[in-house]
Ligand binder design. Sequence first.
Ligand SMILES: [Zn+2]
Length: 367
Amino acid sequence: MKLFNIAVPKDSISMILDPAGDVENYNTKIFLHKSKIELAEQDNEFSKHIVLDLDKKNKNEKIMKFMCNQKYGTFLLDFLNADFSTAENAYNTFFVYYGVEGIGSLDDIKRKYPIEYSTRYVSTKKFLDYYSKVYELVSIDYIKYQNDLRKTVDFVFDLHEHKSTKNIDKYSKFMAYSSAINLIGQFYSRISLGMVRSLDKELPNEMSAKQLEKLALDIANKKTRKAIVYVYESTSFFALIYVALNDLIQNTKRNISICQNCGRYYLQYSGKEIYCELPNQDGSPTCKSYASRKAYDIKIVEDTAELAYKREYQRRMTKVYRASEVVKPVMRMEFNSWKDKARKQLKQYRENKITADELCNWLEENK
Ligand SMILES: [Zn+2]
């Protein structure tokens, strides 16, 4: 999706949700505090996103207009998984990415802290002063709304201890639960709806009926991306999160699930995943890659032939490593030649073309 350069005034955040393209876009003002902008893909300016940088010095922090394309569902998941227990945790897990415009309760804020509000981007000190006061004001609302939203999601997607006894569509379950728990009664902000014409190709001035049908067919077959996109703009994250959840339920077949490794909410693609691919703040591998490595290690431990191969490989490599500089080049050549042959044997074993005994014998004979 290209980035839409829509002028977003302070106080609000705007979002575009494009489930078919697996992308969403947000546009707001950000004060880059303890964070920096990175590119997810090199040389692709549309892939810029914010990463937490706790070591960053407070110098040169400033307000900027920020637009970001991210994976569809990220905003909703970030909110569901955020830690709103303290102002600092809330900042590090949520507000750092989306800014404090949209924090809600704007009328209260302006009335209670008019000076802090109008000077909030003057300096880091002013920003933090504003943020801590405002968070104090809204934190109870955030904890309640997140809790209620989690319960709604659990009910709709059959998560945690919830299990449906009847086969009811997700939208009806969403309507039932969110109205019973009164989700929309927890924010009073309006959402303004904008529409942008967004065809990814130029159209001729006049189009024949045949050309129009071709275009409609391209849209139906997703060869052409949605021609009109909706832009939701609000002063309240709560309102936009409701819209995001509603969009997920109404416009996709995808499910939210709970990661069996980290316990976070994540969005499934196929419905068969059990681990998330959410990024970790410390940069460690995702649960999915960690889990597949762990499964691989377990398999190796239980497999005597694989283990024999691994041991022999290690033994030979250590020998090369410890050899004197004089004989090292020769030994390395020997090792490489053994490695090529051994890998062929291992491949045959993995493809069930030779047995475990045969692989072990080969390793023994070629010591
Ligand atoms: Zn996980």
